[in-house]
Write a protein of this length. Structure first.
Length: 142
């Protein structure tokens, strides 16, 4: 599935934010999509984080927020539209994140999930992440 990925800094355009709100509503683990979007916008404005959004056939179908922590990049709020799950969308998004973040300098991409689901752990490993430290923390080389 050819996903075009764009990176946003400072703020998400309204049209993209609306598509993403619908995705976060349907993504397990995110209780309130409005709270997620408010936190995304705050982190973009105040913390200098970057939001990677993926588009397919003119629709925004995935996204993730990435921020700096020393040499590491912390990935939060990874979400993929339910209709496109299982088609390599998350893998394509993470591949693009790794590539663009490596251009900023070496380090690791780190993410945390409540991993009590063997399928999710398997997906993370397939994308090159390995368990690291505390339960639910995964990282991969940029």
């Amino acid at each position: 599935m050819p996903v075009e990925v764009e990176v946003y800094q400072k703020e998400l355009p309204t049209a993209i934010a609306e598509d993403l709100r619908r995705i976060y509503i349907d993504t397990p683990g995110y209780a309130d999509a409005q709270t997620v979007l408010a936190d995304l916008q705050r982190r973009l404005r105040e913390d200098g984080d970057r939001y990677y959004a993926g588009r397919f056939n003119g629709h925004w179908i995935c996204g993730a927020l990435v921020g700096d922590q020393g040499e590491d990049r912390i990935m939060r709020y990874l979400a993929v539209h339910p209709a496109t799950r299982g088609r390599g969308v998350a893998e394509r998004l993470v591949e693009e994140i790794r590539q663009q973040e490596l251009e900023r300098g070496p380090g690791h991409l780190v993410t945390g999930f409540q991993v009590d689901d063997a399928a999710l752990a398997s997906i993370l490993r397939a994308m090159g992440f390995i368990p690291h430290g505390a339960m639910g923390i995964y990282r991969c080389q940029l």
